[in-house]
Design a protein around this ligand. Structure first.
Ligand code: PGA
Length: 250
């Protein structure tokens, strides 16, 4: 039985004061969660603040990226080991914004995924197609390559210690969500590609849906058999909205 996970991706938003307010209001709102897990992935400078506020609350925290390197002359980069020092449990890798704007290829994402695992943290591997890829019929190839890159680098069994997030690029921040059936079809496809290599790992793998998830559409998405929760952008910045999404997963 897979338990559901809802992870917030704050992206490059917030400041000390607004984070403090948001995190403090999440604690009582998420207390009643019985089975679902909740996490927030915050910008690097605020990880210490998040650790300070959330420690002992049951809400996990994490980062939105990590270097593929362990240490060294990589100005501006942050290693997964550094994130582990601040109690992070999750690290998003391969978010479509990183892929599109910062040159993260499947190979780099696979290296980052391996680095996160090596530091003892849980990678949230984002995969997803653009609208052009969906419309030209190459969606499955694109997603298969994204998933297979990490299996080639770290093995299919590594997914036992990871989370996959299916995020159609056309649904991110656009207000356009994949329908529950559209999302379910891709989630089942991802699970089947993993099952070709390891059926037990495929069965246990947590696959989140992301892209304009709101309190209003979360219940229908989370009711699908292969959707194990969500990766939430905009709606994660509003405590009541994020809490409502988490309770839909509960
Ligand atoms: P969104 O973002 O919920 O604002 O669409 C999701 C994401 O990019 O992870």
């Amino acid at each position: 039985m897979r338990s559901k996970l809802v992870a917030g991706n704050w992206k490059m938003n917030g400041n000390l004061a607004s984070n403090q307010a948001l995190l403090k209001s999440l604690i009582p709102l998420l207390k009643p969660l019985a089975t679902a897990r909740a996490a927030v992935c915050v910008p690097y400078p605020y990880i210490a603040q998040t650790e300070h506020v959330l420690r002992g609350s049951g809400i996990a925290w994490g980062a939105q990226d990590a270097s593929e390197h362990e240490h060294g002359a990589y100005t501006g980069e942050v290693s997964a080991g550094m994130l582990a020092d601040f109690g992070c449990r999750y690290v998003i890798v391969g978010h479509s914004e990183r892929r599109a704007l910062f040159g993260d290829t499947n190979e780099i994402v696979a290296q980052k995924y391996a680095a996160v695992l090596k530091a003892g943290l849980t990678p949230i591997l984002c995969v997803g197609e653009t609208l052009a890829e969906r419309e030209s019929g190459v969606m499955e190839q694109v997603i298969a390559r994204q998933v297979e890159a990490v299996m080639a680098q770290s093995g299919a069994t590594s997914l036992e210690r990871a989370v996959v997030a299916y995020e159609p690029v056309w649904a991110i921040g656009t207000g356009k969500t994949a329908t529950p059936d559209e999302a379910q079809a891709v989630h089942a496809f991802i699970r089947s590609r993993v099952a070709e290599q390891d059926i037990c790992v495929a069965d246990l793998l947590t696959i989140l849906y992301g892209g304009s998830v709101k309190a209003a559409n979360a219940p229908a998405l989370f009711a699908m058999p292969d959707i194990d929760g969500g990766l939430i952008g905009g709606a994660a910045l509003v405590a009541e909205e994020f809490a409502a999404i988490c309770s839909a997963a509960n």
